[in-house]
Design a protein around this ligand. Structure first.
Ligand code: PLP
Length: 444
């Protein structure tokens, strides 16, 4: 019997014993094509020799040095690398061990920024429904799935929520994508005015929604208008790119495609590609300056901030992506994946929507394409698809989101940036088989 407490108590996972490129292998030697990169993590696939070599080299020199005493060559080099390619106005990075920690740090930085300026009355964060920003208490508080927060609500920070920018569900039939983007963004202004802008710290959103809805890009112009609204009312914009960032959508940062630069931004998963736990909070210059000219200290810290081994791994991952021009492959294979998904599922009776960018795609399952009614939550269709895919040697990331209190089923595809044309074909073929098997016997 396993002594591990996973999220699901009654788990029955295969034991992963080795990896090679886009494949993972279990104890019986069965190969699984990793079409989700775990949860959009393994951007370089598994056991990349250069990343392993860089990690070994770092281990041979220095595995760990506490930031109260030392910085390290690896952390400094990673900081330089990230800032050299950061969105406009970002001047520093804070290196942590994962996505929740990066979000937690961003929330605290945002609050401290205003405190340093003497604006202590700001206490609200505004985020979006059907969103996920992590599981620590601060990150959970800005997460927009009420069922995750419910039992912890009395001890969470103050957050309010607006609807996500989610064309499939919320764009009206007679509305252009641009008009919908404006309307969705204007909900932020309405919420700000309701709360009183002087009480609000920041708006938090994923540039492309990942963990709850399976790759939903914002409507055209949405984020630019959000940026304008934040500026007009003097609040900060925090973009969470933990899942969609670091090249996943075809540009290093997803917000580049929306023409928007945030005040704070979080990345994790693809930063280290799964070779080591690492995340980062990107810090806008005005925030750094407020700390520097104020208390001189960001009131925060973790034992593993800037861990040398994790930094060496992330540096190697980012170096390989740049040197091998892998973002071009993300675009090329992404276009192929979109086309294959559309050919296979556009007419499928249970597929309501296919959306994404780069190598970040979501397929939304519905019981009725006309009404967009989701399947009964009790069926746990997303989990069934995951199991059927695993049985066929395919890893896809399932999600059971909530739509107006009902359940929705989504499948996220986030294959490694090194994926080949053959890999993409196999992914769509096996996903098709898994969906057929999971929905067998269900009536249209
Ligand atoms: N933010 C987003 C958008 C995520 O998708 C996730 C994880 O899925 C997190 C934050 C939390 O990251 P972690 O699981 O590394 O703590």
């Amino acid at each position: 019997m396993s002594h591990l407490l996973h999220r699901q108590i009654h788990h029955d996972y295969p034991v992963g014993v080795s990896g090679q490129g886009v494949y993972l292998f279990d104890a019986a030697g069965k190969a699984y094509l990793d079409a989700s990169g775990g949860a959009a993590v393994s951007c370089l696939g598994h056991q990349h020799p250069e990343v392993l070599a860089a990690m070994h080299a770092q281990l041979d020199k220095l595995a760990y040095a506490h930031t109260s005493f030392f910085t390290s060559e690896a952390a400094e080099a990673l900081g330089d690398e990230l800032i050299a390619h950061a969105p406009a106005n970002i001047s520093h990075v804070y290196l942590v061990s994962g996505g929740s920690e990066a979000v937690e740090a961003a929330l605290k930085m945002a609050r401290q920024y205003f405190v340093e300026r003497g604006e202590t009355g700001r206490k609200h964060f505004i985020a979006r429904r059907q969103s996920y920003h992590g599981n620590t208490l601060g990150a959970l508080a800005v997460g927009g799935n009420a069922w995750r927060r419910q039992q912890f609500a009395p001890i969470l920070i103050d957050s309010d929520y607006i609807d996500p920018c989610y064309e499939y569900r919320y764009r009206q039939a007679d509305e252009t994508a641009e008009a919908y983007g404006r309307r969705a963004a204007d909900a932020l202004e309405a919420k700000l005015l309701e709360l009183g802008p002087e009480t609000v710290i920041a708006f938090v959103a994923e540039t492309v929604v990942g963990a709850t809805l399976g790759a939903v890009p914002a409507a055209p112009g949405y984020l630019r208008r959000v940026r304008e609204i934040c500026d007009r009312h003097g609040i900060l914009l925090i973009l969470d790119e933990v899942m969609c960032g670091m090249g996943r959508t075809g540009t290093l940062h997803a917000c580049e495609q929306d023409g928007v630069a945030p005040d704070l931004m979080t990345v994790a998963k693809g930063l280290g590609g799964g070779y080591a736990p690492i995340g980062a909070t990107f810090v806008g210059k005005q925030i750094y300056d407020a700390f520097a000219q104020g208390s001189g200290l960001f009131q925060h810290g973790h034992t593993y901030v800037g861990h040398p081994l994790a930094c060496a791994a992330a540096l190697a991952v980012q170096h390989v992506i740049r040197r091998d021009g892998l973002l071009d492959n993300v675009e090329t294979r992404g276009r192929q994946l979109e086309q294959a998904l559309r050919e296979r599922f556009d007419e499928h009776p249970f597929v309501g929507d296919i959306r994404g960018r780069g190598l970040f795609w979501g397929v939304e399952l519905v019981a009725d394409r006309e009404t967009k009614a989701p399947f009964d939550a009790k069926l746990r269709l997303h989990a069934r698809i995951k199991s059927e895919a695993l049985a066929r040697g395919l890893m896809v990331y399932p999600m059971g989101g909530t739509i107006d209190g009902r359940s929705g089923d989504h499948v996220l595809l986030a294959p490694p940036f090194i994926s080949t044309a053959d890999n993409v074909e196999v992914i769509v073929e096996r996903l098709g088989e898994a969906i057929e098997a999971a929905t067998a016997g269900m009536k249209v």
